[in-house]
Design a protein around this ligand. Structure first.
Ligand code: HEC
Ligand code: HEC
Length: 280
């Protein structure tokens, strides 16, 4: 007979030092997040932030690993299920996983949890990051056609497998970290959620030269950008006539007439293959 001590639903006051540090960090991040974030949300508002899965991992190890296992593969003795392929089940959404974590499963030992919305979404991000299988099945286009389209429309700004431009972020692992809906939106309507580290800016120098690019680093006195020709440029702010932060992404908008839904699916299928070593 195997006995285990089951943790009770988490209380914020308990916990180890690293967990307290995480929670402090979560509180800071939470304060920065969009005000509209609520549990009624159906899409994970943190999915664009790669740090969310890491923070969710700390919460997981502190609150869930005793039952679901350090590797989240489940513990059979207590019938705690494998959590590494949640999204491959039909009808499963980010929101339903959110609700399961929050409410627990009545009639089982899976407890309700009193995490904040932000913390709960971080756990969702973490579990999703474990779920490689769902990404493969989700994209049903033609990967070869997708590779050709990527070469003609995307490659000059985005790297895949270390080749391609650097104006935008590398896309190798993008289907593993963001949902399909979020990716479709990022391509149809860039700028709705701007990738971190790619904020667009336009500066005018003392000799009236204009540069447009993305901000790579900035402090009170200086600004480093990558301009549209991929040159890194540094400026002292006191030398600039103007700095204009822009809302419009440097990425062009791909409307359905420029890129059909089918071809968008083909590109995403190609990217999902690049993210998934099992398909090589
Ligand atoms: C006391 C043990 C215990 C703890 C702690 C626990 N779980 Fe569970 N969990 C279970 C059990 C047992 C089930 C299966 C319940 C059932 O379906 O009857 C379950 C089910 C689930 C499910 C549904 C799985 C599915 O296939 O539908 C999710 C998601 C889940 N847990 C996530 C978590 C997360 C995230 C945490 C930490 C915040 C956590 N659990 C903490 C025991 C636990
Ligand atoms: C002129 C350069 C350029 C081209 C061409 C371009 N992009 Fe982008 N892309 C960017 C920049 C800059 C960003 C970062 C700013 C943003 O998120 O809007 C970005 C962001 C993205 C993101 C969001 C990444 C994230 O982490 O949130 C995706 C997905 C994406 N691009 C896919 C594509 C695809 C697919 C194509 C081709 C159909 C393409 N891009 C063509 C410049 C470009």
């Amino acid at each position: 007979m195997i006995t285990r001590d089951f943790p009770r639903a988490p209380r914020k006051s308990g916990g180890t030092r690293p967990l307290q540090a995480t929670i402090l960090w979560l509180a800071v991040l939470g304060a920065l997040l969009l005000p509209g974030m609520a549990s009624a949300q159906t899409v994970n508002p943190l999915e664009a932030d790669p740090r969310a899965a890491a923070a969710g991992g700390s919460l997981y190890r502190a609150q869930c690993a005793t039952c679901h296992g350090a590797d989240a593969a489940g513990i059979q003795d207590i019938q705690a299920p494998d959590l590494t392929s949640l999204w491959s089940r039909p009808g499963r959404t980010d929101a339903s996983v959110f609700q399961t974590i929050r409410n627990g499963i009545p009639g089982s030992i899976m407890p309700p949890h009193s995490f904040t919305d932000t913390e709960t979404w971080m756990l969702v991000s973490y579990l999703k990051s474990l779920d490689a299988g769902s990404n493969r099945e989700q994209y049903a286009g033609d990967a070869e056609r997708g590779a050709e389209l990527y070469d003609s429309y995307c490659r000059r700004c985005h790297r895949v497998n270390s080749s391609g431009g650097s104006l935008g972020p590398a896309l190798d692992r993008i289907t593993a970290s963001r949902s399909k809906t979020a990716l479709q939106q990022a391509i149809r309507d860039p700028g709705t959620s701007m990738a971190r580290g790619y904020r667009p800016v336009r500066v005018v120098t003392g000799d009236r030269r204009q540069y447009r690019g993305t901000i790579k680093s900035e402090d009170a006195f200086s600004l480093q950008i990558m301009d549209e020709s991929e040159n890194l440029r540094g400026f002292r702010k006191s030398d600039l006539i103007s700095i204009q932060y822009e809302d419009r992404s440097l990425m062009p908008r791909f409307t359905p007439s420029a890129l059909s839904d089918g071809n968008l699916e083909n590109i995403l299928t190609f990217l999902a293959g690049a993210a998934d070593p099992a398909s090589h």
